[in-house]
Write a protein that binds this ligand. Structure first.
Ligand SMILES: [Zn+2]
Length: 89
């Protein structure tokens, strides 16, 4: 079993994230209360092959989010590149 830690999120909930996936995540919004699942925002420079946006994961359960997080890869799209360039200034 993978060791899990607790990642604080906005709102009233917490989600367990494997520690090695922490580096990909900017923010997690918990909208389970509105029946709207989790929104996982990736940090700039990372993407996942995903339907609506390559930079946001939206799934009903933490487990599904984590499955997608395991498939995260580096991203060099214009948005990420511009942001990371700006950060270095
Ligand atoms: Zn990108």
């Amino acid at each position: 079993m993978v060791y899990l830690w607790y990642y604080k999120i906005k709102g009233d909930g917490i989600v367990k994230l494997p520690k090695n996936l922490e580096k990909y995540v900017d923010e997690i919004i918990d909208e389970r209360g509105e029946d709207n699942g989790y929104w996982v925002y990736l940090k700039y420079g990372f993407k996942v092959d995903y339907s609506a946006s390559n930079h946001i994961i939206h799934e009903d359960t933490a487990k599904e989010c984590i499955d997608y997080l395991r498939a995260v890869e580096p991203c060099d799209c214009k948005e990420c590149t511009d942001y990371l360039k700006g950060e270095r200034k």
